[in-house]
Write a protein that binds this ligand. Structure first.
Ligand code: SAM
Length: 323
């Protein structure tokens, strides 16, 4: 079964690519940052990539009315929740989570996915979004997944919420947890000895943390900024080897590969923008893992003939007809 899918806050397309690789029919991506759109368009010539501010719920619903997707996927931006920055739930980007929930509850696709950083779980915006989904009639599966257990060589925890209209809570729990690997994937396992180094530098947020990592462990989270080794790096007791000859920070391309983008993935744009697009992405293999779990569930429902889809029993509302 191929669900007609739309990707909101699409960035350069990590989530889109994972879902596409799992067989979903991604027809449209929405994003309002031009550098991300440039990367997306370079790699998905067959998808519409629309520039739209998703805080505008009316225009977003108009777009949904024209595409009529069965599945909406998206990761509302996470700066307000992430440990990277100062938390600001006041009126900043956390409200995009509410916008996303509002749009889903009004359009009511058969399925949706919302992806966010782990600490979003304790935020008011996240809790309010769950409440909106429940009131709209969604059964919810909520799982915190580490990409390193889902086929990506990177320690990156993401909160995954999947909703099924008129479904049961926990409907995808088994499918999402049963395929997790026991051991986290290391860089050496993923790249099969093709990396030209054994250790590398990843600039720490503070010198209280180590900065040198081995390829015999998953990489730490790939962030949106990639700094070279500063002259005054003091070293850290946890560094497996001292910074010296042969130790360097990762290249842009290496970071994209660790995010499990394929080697042929195009990265047009300035270095700083591309680094940001890469750091923002959902690892493709994590997205694919989640998408495959959903695909498996859909097949089971299809076999049991228990799946009401959009356009069948639960036609999504044409919310704008009377507007
Ligand atoms: C966490 S990133 C998404 C990454 C993407 N899911 C992927 O896997 O590559 C969030 C994206 O939302 C975009 N964004 C932020 N505010 C937006 C808005 N108001 N409307 C549309 N897109 C927005 C950002 O430019 C950013 O690319």
């Amino acid at each position: 079964m191929t669900l007609k899918t739309i990707d909101f806050f699409a960035g350069g397309g990590g989530l889109s690519l994972g879902f596409q690789q799992a067989g979903f029919n991604v027809v449209c991506a929405v994003e309002n940052w031009q550098p991300a759109l440039d990367v997306y368009r370079a790699n998905f010539p067959g998808h519409e990539a629309v520039s739209l501010d998703l805080s505008n719920e009316y225009e977003t619903l108009q777009l949904l009315d024209s595409y009529r997707p069965d599945l909406i996927i998206g990761g509302p931006p996470c700066q307000d929740f992430s440990s990277a920055g100062k938390r600001d739930e006041g009126g900043g980007r956390a409200s995009l989570t509410i916008n996303y929930a509002n749009v889903i509850s009004q359009y009511r696709p058969s399925f949706f996915l919302m992806e966010n950083v782990a600490r979003a779980a304790t935020s008011n915006a996240f809790k309010a979004a769950l409440d909106i989904f429940k009131r709209a009639g969604y059964g919810l599966t909520i799982q915190l997944l580490n990409a390193a257990h889902c086929g990506a060589p990177q320690s990156r925890k993401r909160l995954i919420v999947l909703g099924q209209l008129n479904g049961k809570d926990g409907f995808l729990d088994h499918a999402l947890t049963s395929g997790l690997s026991d051991q986290p994937m290391t860089l050496r396992q993923y790249f099969r000895n093709k990396l030209p180094f054994e250790h590398y530098y990843r600039h720490p947020r503070s010198y209280a943390r180590r900065a040198v990592f081995s390829i015999d462990e998953p990489s730490p989270t790939i962030r949106g900024v990639n700094r070279p080794i500063p002259k005054g790096y003091p070293g850290h007791a946890g560094d497996p080897v001292p910074v010296g000859e042969g130790i360097r920070s990762l290249t842009t391309q290496e970071r994209a590969l660790i995010q499990t983008f394929p080697a042929k993935f195009k990265l047009p744009g300035s270095k700083s923008d591309v680094e940001q697009v890469i750091g923002n992405a959902v690892p493709v293999k994590l997205a694919e893992y989640v998408a495959k779990a959903l695909a498996h569930y859909l097949t089971q429902c299809e076999d049991a003939q228990t799946l009401p889809m959009n356009g069948q029993l639960f036609e999504p509302r044409r919310v704008l007809r009377a507007a």
